[in-house]
Design a binder for this molecule. Structure first.
Ligand code: GLN
Length: 541
C-alpha cells in the first residue's frame, strides 16, 4: 500500500500528551499488522536535546544509532517495541543546519534562500525520508509545541503543503484541551474552537480532534465542537485522564481512533487489533498486589521527567513481577552519614542514577557505602556505576581520594577516567560515546544469568569510563568486571559477588526496556528487591 502520513498537532496548552496519543495510535496500527514509525519535530534551535539540561527538557533519550533525542522517542519505543533512529527526531536547528550547508555548497545556484520554500522543503524531505524507505505503511509525525507558537510556523506550513500533495494519504489529528471550570461546573469548548481556527488560518483543516479532558464529554458537546470546527462528529474523540499512560491505547481503541484513521485514509482493515500481549500487561498492572519500594538516588528529584526511562523500566519490571512500584526519589545532595540509614532504611532496592558533574556526588558515595554494607540490592547506572567503582576503591581497597577525573582532575587514583577517544574533543554537542555497542558477559555472572545470554547490545551516553589499569586490583578485591566491549575491551558491567544484587552498568539498560520486552536487568533487580523485602518481613516476625 501507499505510505500514509499522519500529522499530530497540538493546541491550547503544551503537555497534553501528544507523544502518548501518537504512540497509542502507532501501537493500535501495529496491533493490526501495519508497519509504523513515529517521528517528532521539535521547534527549538538546538541541533538535538543533548546539550539541554534536564531542567529544560527532562531526560535526554538515546537511539541505537547514537542520536541524542527527545524523551518522546522513549514513549514511541516503549509503546511500539520498535527501534527509532536519528531520522525520527528532527529539530529546527537541524533543518536550518542542512539548508545552510547546502547554501554554502552552492546547491541553491544563486537563489535567495528563504523559509518558504527552502526550509519548508527541507522539513517535507525529512517527513518523506521515512516513507520513501518503503518500510512503513504509516508515518506518524508529531509536531512539537502548540499551534500559535512562532517557532512552529514553518512546520505547519510544510504540513499544509504535504496535505495538499498527499490528499487522502494524509490525516491531521489535532489534540486540544477542554477545561473544566469548577465554579461553573462546566466543560468549556471555546479554547478548542480558537485553536482549530488558528490551524485553519494556517490553511490546515484537522480531520480528527482528540479532546483531552478530566471529565466525560457528552455527545451534544462533541457535536457542538464538530459543528464549529468543520469536523465530522464521528471523528471527535475524547481522551480522558487515565491512571496509567499504558491504558491510553485501549482507551483510544474504545474511542475508535484507529478505525477513524483507517477510514479517512481509505485503508482496508479487517477485524480487531491483536492486543492480547498488551492487555496481559494491563491485567498484571491492575492485579498487582503488594508493592516493591525502590529508592532512586539522584540530583533531579524534583523533576518528574529527568529519569523518565528508568521510572518506566522499573514500572514495567515491577508489573511483570506482579507488584506495584513504590518509587521514592532521594536527593543525593541531601544525603550524608547522619541521615542515610533513615532515608534508605525502608528501601527494597536502590538505584544510583546517571548524571554529569560533581553536584550531589558525595551523597551517592554515602548511599552506596550504606547499601553495600547492608547488602541492599543496588543498581548503578552510568554515573551510578562509576560511583560504585569509586566507592569500592575508597572504602574497600583503601584508595583514599579515588575519583573520576570528571570530578577531580588531580585525584591520586583515577579509577574512572576520560576515554582515550574523548581526549581530543572540545565540542559538546553529539560528541559523547553514543548509541548501542556490544557487550560480552562473563559466564555465570549475575548479568549473564539475568539476560540469559553472553552477548548483549545496549545504549551508551558518556565520556568517562572504568580505567582498565585498575582492573586486576578490583577483581582481586571482589569487584568483578563481568561485561566488556569485545572490540575495545572497555569495562561495561561490574558486580560484587556474594551480595544479594550489587551491579553497575556503564550503559543505560533503561532505554531498551519496553512494555512488551522489559529489560532483563531491571527484571532481575526488581526480583531481587522483592526477595529481599520478603526476607526483611520474615525477620520481623
Ligand atoms: N558523567 C559521566 C560520563 O560522562 C556519566 C554519564 C552518564 O551518567 N550518562 O561518563
Amino acid at each position: 500500500m501507499e505510505t500514509k502520513y499522519i500529522f499530530v498537532t497540538g493546541g491550547v496548552v503544551s503537555s497534553l500528551g501528544k507523544g502518548i496519543i501518537s504512540s497509542s495510535l502507532a501501537n493500535l496500527l501495529i496491533a493490526r499488522g501495519f508497519r509504523v514509525t513515529i517521528q517528532k519535530f521539535d521547534p527549538y534551535i538546538n541541533i538535538d536535546p543533548g546539550t539541554l539540561n534536564p531542567y529544560e527538557h527532562g531526560e535526554c533519550y538515546v537511539t541505537v544509532d547514537g542520536h541524542e533525542a527527545d524523551l518522546d522517542l522513549g514513549h514511541y519505543e516503549r509503546f511500539t517495541n520498535i527501534r527509532t533512529t536519528r531520522a525520527n527526531n528532527v529539530t529546527t536547528g537541524r533543518i536550518y543546519q542542512s539548508v545552510i550547508d547546502k547554501e554554502r555548497r552552492g546547491d541553491y545556484l544563486g537563489k535567495t534562500v528563504q523559509i518558504v520554500p527552502h526550509i519548508t522543503d527541507e522539513i517535507k524531505r525529512k517527513v518523506k525520508q521515512l516513507g520513501n524507505t518503503g518500510k512503513f505503511d504509516f508515518v506518524i509525525t508529531e509536531i512539537g509545541g502548540v499551534v500559535g507558537d512562532i517557532e512552529s510556523l514553518p512546520f505547519l506550513e510544510a504540513v499544509r503543503q504535504l496535505r495538499w500533495e498527499l490528499g487522502r494519504d494524509s490525516v491531521c489529528i489535532h489534540l486540544t484541551y477542554v477545561p473544566f471550570i469548577a465554579a461553573a461546573k462546566e466543560l468549556k469548548t471555546k479554547p478548542t474552537q480558537h485553536s482549530v481556527k488558528q490551524l485553519q488560518q494556517l490553511g490546515i483543516q484537522p480531520d480528527v480532534l482528540v479532546l483531552r479532558t478530566e471529565h466525560h464529554i457528552d455527545g451534544d458537546m462533541r457535536r457542538k465542537i464538530a459543528l464549529f470546527c468543520n469536523v465530522s462528529p464521528d471523528d471527535v474523540v475524547q481522551s480522558i485522564d487515565a491512571p496509567s499512560i499504558y491504558e491510553v491505547p485501549v482507551k483510544m481503541h474504545e474511542q475508535g481512533l484507529d478505525n477513524i484513521v483507517l477510514k479517512l485514509t481509505g485503508t482496508p482493515s479487517d477485524g480487531e487489533p491483536h492486543m492480547a500481549p498488551w492487555l496481559n500487561f494491563l491485567e498484571k498492572m491492575h492485579n498487582a498486589s503488594g508493592k516493591v519500594t525502590i529508592g532512586l538516588v539522584g540530583k533531579y528529584v524534583e523533576l518528574q521527567d529527568a529519569y523518565k526511562s528508568i521510572n518506566e523500566a522499573l514500572f514495567q519490571a515491577a508489573t511483570y513481577e506482579d507488584r506495584k512500584l513504590d518509587l521514592r526519589f532521594i536527593h543525593s545532595e541531601k544525603l550524608d552519614e547522619s541521615n542515610v540509614g533513615e532515608q534508605l532504611g525502608g528501601m527494597d532496592g536502590v538505584i544510583i542514577a546517571p548524571g554529569f558533574g560533581h553536584r550531589g556526588i558525595e551523597g551517592k558515595f554515602v548511599a552506596l557505602k550504606w547499601c553495600r554494607e547492608h547488602d541492599v540490592p543496588t543498581f548503578g547506572i552510568c554515573l551510578g556505576m562509576q560511583c560504585m567503582v569509586i566507592e569500592y576503591a575508597r572504602n574497600v581497597m583503601g584508595l583514599a581520594g579515588a575519583n573520576s577525573t570528571e570530578m577531580d582532575t588531580k585525584t591520586p587514583y583515577n579509577v574512572i577516567d576520560l576515554m582515550e577517544e574523548q581526549k581530543s574533543i572540545s565540542d559538546m554537542g553529539g560528541t559523547m560515546r553514543l548509541g548501542a555497542f556490544d557487550c560480552d558477559l562473563r559466564e555465570g555472572s549475575l548479568a549473564a544469568e539475568a539476560y540469559g545470554s553472553d552477548r548483549v547490545s545496549e545504549r551508551h551516553r558518556h565520556r568517562f569510563e572504568f580505567n582498565g589499569q585498575y582492573r586486576s586490583r578490583f577483581e582481586a578485591a571482589g569487584m568483578q568486571c563481568v561485561g566488556e566491549n569485545p572490540a575495545t575491551g572497555l569495562v561495561e558491567v561490574v558486580e560484587v559477588s556474594g551480595k544479594r544484587w550489587y551491579l553497575g552498568t556503564q550503559y543505560h539498560p533503561e532505554y531498551s526496556s519496553t512494555v512488551l520486552s522489559p529489560n532483563p536487568l531491571f527484571l532481575s533487580f526488581v526480583a531481587a528487591a522483592i526477595k529481599y523485602s520478603g526476607e526483611k518481613e520474615k525477620e520481623k516476625v
